[in-house]
Design a protein around this ligand. Sequence first.
Ligand code: GDP
Length: 477
Amino acid sequence: MLSFDTIVALSTPPGAGALAVIRLSGPEAVHITASIFSKKNLADQPGHTLHYGTLRDPNSAAILDEVVVALYHTPRSFTREDVVEISCHGSDYVVRQVLAVLLRQGARLAEAGEFTKRAFLNGALDLAQAEAVADLIAADSALSHRVALNQLRGGFSDELRGLRARLVQFASLLELELDFGEEDVEFADRSGLARLLTEVRGVVAGLLRSFELGSVIKNGITTVIAGRPNAGKSTLLNALLREERAIVSAIPGTTRDFIEDEVSLDSIRFRFVDTAGLRDNPADEVEAIGVRRTRERIGQAALLLYLFDLTNLTPAEVAADVAELTRELPQLPVLVVGNKLDAASEAQAAAFTDLNTEYPTPNTQHPTPHKLQPVLLSAATQTGLDNLQTALLAQVRGAGLEQSASATIVTNVRHARALETAASHLAAVQQGMEIAVGTELLAADLRHALAALGEITGEISSDDLLTSIFTQFCIGK
Ligand code: GDP
């Protein structure tokens, strides 16, 4: 166990609440708490016990609060150090007073993520698991929660450790060959190594592919809502979010900034981005910029929701707009939505409902025309929204999101980077073997690949890396 000082922080969110939990960790955690706790001597109590009592300021003898203290003794705690959790009343004033006294008695205010960092440094968690703690705290859909929990429980780490262990065996045989240098021996069976590399590269490639899915689960599916001014984009976004976030107005071109918000539908997160209206001749410069940015945003979207006003566009105009928007993005899934069903005549609605044909697209590079059977709804009266939700979910289910929720999914950019590095070094080892380069080069590339895989779980880590990971946490975690 590494020896540290004793840290303290509020572990529940700041602000008024029924309870607030103040957590201490470190060699003096029990002693410091005992010095302000009256009723019994906490230092004599066993771990994993709860104690009701009074906290007093030892200087003024003023009562601070009536509290319940939970004791955890090293190494049976989250950080593996002595840990004390004080549940006090959830008032900012009480919390400030108690923290001030604890600091005076010898504790130090914890830095962001320091509790979890200690858990990592003391071997309670590996790095990927520690990062999962942050993900779990941030998880706000059933899927992202499941993925984070799997990672916290070590699913991903186990898989990586398995890969590394097998590569290490080979690496050490190669190193052995190097030790014998001039004698020209081959301990490592080259065809066995080739098979192993193919297999490991396959697993790494699979994990990298899962990252795309992982980022969908963690960050939501970026859905850009685009269409002509006054189609009802802001109104639809408001209806989806059920709150007034976007500015709704009857003057065309008022949505100049991007408004982003997230909605969880059936445990899948959608990040909706409202855009400035698309017009060929934008009325002013600000709007011209808005239109250009709309195109940029569409370029980053996972899904395009094209919205049009049923009362003033024909199927041919809709087809032309969609073709124009997706001109450079033939792969982008598009959901076409007709709005203002409440105001549309029967004939106007029928023009779109009877339409079972595929819209022709003028894009010659994209031979299969988009199927654009529109979803019809009224954003203002909120009718037909459930059809839109069903259509949105169908888009995602098509991508196979649900089935893969139980498999290991990479959600962390740092992990993905490390996997990419590992993949390129493994490719180099394999290519090197094909052209029979010297053992020295093979061994070097294999070492780099191992280092990259080891960085994910923190078997190999630098201070800078640890600092950058743990400062992303909040204080108290
Ligand atoms: P945007 O420019 O595409 O963002 O359009 P807005 O959401 O600002 O809406 C433009 C106008 O259309 C506003 O006056 C809305 O009240 C109106 N509107 C939006 N949705 C509907 C709808 O479903 N039915 C009717 N009748 N009017 C709507």
